[in-house]
Design a protein around this ligand. Structure first.
Ligand code: IPE
Ligand code: IPE
Ligand code: MG
Ligand code: MG
Ligand code: MG
Length: 299
């Protein structure tokens, strides 16, 4: 991926390897699902499509930053990707953002049909909890991971943010209102990803709190950059349509404060994110470098 290309060699290798491994785990989890064959096909069509796998990579890098055993973090990493992919499938539905292109392919409801897209989303969301609770870990750690995911994906965070995003269409939001939407619909899952990495590594509570703050600031920056790419990005690289936010009457950072100020805010949030990692030492270098590259992303 583009973002990894400008890393120093070792870091790029780590990211590349993590992405490949996540893809292999996702493939293995869905290869023999005991579901109607067409539902399985549609699940795999969405989940195995070429996404960037940022949330799993974040969980794995956070685990690594705390010297955790990486292998143990893959189920949670895959659960994050399942929840994220479900949110995209539903986000693209006609009743939501009504998009026809995702990850360079027709969206689920275009390729299949609306009912299938709804049920694919339901399947991925529930599968995430099956995957994260079905591993050799302590009951305590398992419950904590389930709770983190459920809260981040739930009515007050991802779903609540999506609800307010839709309710706000064709209404000019204040910056605070927009920030609240971005923090819930997107940043909270990033926060959960880095928190999960710390929890699975067995890090102390102080460190887990730092990682959670890191993910939150980075995720907030990530959504501002997503808003910018909708205005300035290239459809082929992004694998999704551009110029759609304005058409749909969405309040976005570029619409509210302009392109330059949005870039500045995104950069500031990445600095803020990295600031939260103070005291984590060299082990967090890959995480810092990965966060720094985020501002340059084109896909
Ligand atoms: C897109 O997320 C949706 C947002 C939260 C902005 P990504 O840009 O991570 O999408 P994929 O997973 O790479 O397709
Ligand atoms: C999506 O935000 C956020 C979630 C899916 C939770 P957008 O609606 O801006 O994402 P894109 O631009 O369609 O990928
Ligand atoms: Mg949306
Ligand atoms: Mg959308
Ligand atoms: Mg967008």
């Amino acid at each position: 991926m583009q973002m990894a290309d400008s890393f120093s060699g070792d870091q790029a290798d780590i990211i590349h390897r993590f992405r490949e491994q996540v893809n292999q785990w996702l493939d293995a989890y869905t290869l023999q699902l005991d579901s109607p064959p067409r539902l399985r096909e549609a699940i795999r069509y969405c989940l195995l499509a070429p996404g960037k796998r940022l949330r799993p990579i974040l969980a794995l890098l956070a685990c690594r930053a705390c010297r955790g055993e990486i292998e143990r973090a893959f189920p949670a990493a895959c659960a994050l990707e399942m929840i994220h992919t479900y949110s995209l499938v539903h986000d693209d539905l006609p009743a939501m953002d009504d998009d026809e292109l995702r990850r360079g392919r027709p969206t689920c409801h275009i390729q299949y049909d609306e009912a299938t897209a709804i049920l694919v989303g339901d399947s991925l969301l529930t599968m995430a909890f099956e995957v994260v609770s079905n591993r050799s870990q302590t009951a305590r750690e398992c419950c904590r991971c389930v709770g983190i995911l459920a809260h981040a994906a739930g009515y007050s965070e991802l779903i609540g943010g999506q609800f307010d995003d839709l309710a706000a269409q064709n209404r000019l939001l204040t910056i605070d209102e927009l920030a609240s939407i971005h923090l819930r619909k997107t940043a909270r899952l990033f926060a959960a990803a880095s928190e999960l990495g710390g929890v699975i590594a067995g890090a102390d509570e102080q460190r887990i709190a730092q990682l959670t703050q890191f993910g939150r600031s980075l995720g907030y920056s990530f959504q501002i950059i997503d808003d910018l790419l909708d205005v300035q990005g290239n459809e082929n690289r992004l694998g999704k349509r551009t110029q759609k936010d304005q058409t749909r009457g969405k309040s976005t950072f570029p619409a509210l404060i302009g392109i330059e100020a949005s870039h500045r805010q995104a950069r500031h949030l990445i600095d803020e994110a990295i600031g939260h990692l103070e005291g984590l030492g060299d082990d967090a270098d890959a995480l810092r470098q990965w966060a720094r590259q985020m501002i340059h992303r084109t896909q």
